[in-house]
Ligand binder design. Structure first.
Ligand SMILES: [Zn+2]
Length: 329
């Protein structure tokens, strides 16, 4: 990182957003369901993504990083953290009725989404004049007295720190469809993302094993045949044999669902979309462990011993309502 960032204290760090696989259990009611991994948790995981190296900060349940990110990726709570690659949040005190301007630690690539959560005491406040580098908090007051209020703000957007692979971009598009509850488009996009991922992965890794002409021929076959032949060449076994559960889930929830939608106009339920999300994520991360890095998010502060960011859904009402990163200890 550039030295000037360190001096200014504007360094951005990368982390993963996870959810406890038991977030729907009684122990998690009105407590955080997910959080951004803090420094100690990141150290504990290291590069061991598939073994149970993490402890739930609420119920103590042990799970692997891949499971935690998979849970968050499949959920309807942390959509923005997979739609965008950067997140920043802060607290501020405002004087009701007066404009307050906030500058981001580093500009976003384009205008980010800004969410305001008043805490301690309610206030009507909205973000406005949002640009890539700052925004303004508007609030209104009915009294002449100077009233102070506390607000947590949260900005989510993209920062161009590296080249984003096309398959990851398509997964972001799928997240956009999820946000709009367009589940059929979401499943079609998830399947496309997977196909592009496989083509990129095989194209890159088979180069040392096969002639370019053979690779080109292989990548024209159906996705199932590509996976079968490609992984036989690379790993000595088909993906279906290496990861039978993940492969079957992908075939059923993603490939077959996508075909039903495209060829026969099938409708998709929220549950089917969730299954497709999870299956896509699970097979991609199994096929190529290093793909996990593309699901990280850039944040200004991730915390040392505990998470700087927690989130969950409020329970106790009939319909669960998602609270974006508002639930703090
Ligand atoms: Zn838990």
């Amino acid at each position: 990182m550039p030295l000037s960032d360190k001096i200014r204290g504007n360094a951005l760090e990368k982390t993963w957003v996870v959810m406890c696989p038991r977030w729907e259990s009684a122990e998690h009611i009105n407590k955080p369901h997910g959080w951004a991994l803090f420094k100690k948790a990141l150290e504990q995981v290291g590069s061991d993504y598939f073994n149970s190296k993490m402890d739930c900060i609420v119920c103590g349940n042990k799970f692997s990083l891949q499971q935690g990110v998979s849970e968050a990726f499949a959920s309807d709570v942390a959509i923005n953290d997979f739609l965008y690659n950067a997140s920043e949040r802060g607290q501020l005190e405002i004087t009701v009725g007066k404009l307050t301007k906030i500058h981001f630690a580093k500009p976003f690539e384009s205008t980010p989404t800004v969410i305001l959560n008043p805490y301690l005491k309610h206030v009507d406040a909205v973000p406005g004049y949002i640009t890539a580098s700052d925004f303004v908090v508007f609030s209104c007051s009915n009294s002449d007295e100077e009233e102070k209020r506390n607000i947590i703000w949260h900005a989510i957007g993209n920062r161009a720190s590296e080249t984003i692979p096309i398959w990851r971009g398509l997964l972001s598009n799928a997240k956009g469809h999820q946000l709009g509850k367009n589940y059929r488009s979401e499943i079609v996009e998830l399947e496309s993302a997977f196909e592009v991922f496989i083509a990129e992965y095989l194209g890159k890794n088979l180069k040392t094993k096969l002639r370019q002409g053979t690779i080109d021929w292989l990548l024209k076959l159906s996705i199932e045949e590509q996976i079968k032949i490609g992984f036989m060449e690379l790993a000595g076994h088909t993906l279906a044999k290496l990861y039978p559960t993940e492969y079957r889930e992908w075939q059923k929830s993603v490939k077959e669902m996508r075909d039903k939608i495209v060829h026969r106009g099938f409708q998709a339920t929220p549950k089917q979309a969730k299954d497709a999300r999870k299956a896509t994520f699970d097979l991609i991360t199994r096929a190529d462990t290093s793909s996990m890095e593309h699901f990280q998010i850039q944040m200004k502060n991730i915390g040392v011993d505990g998470p700087h960011l927690t989130f969950g859904t409020a329970t106790g009402t009939e319909t669960q309502q998602a609270i974006q990163h508002g639930l703090c200890f």
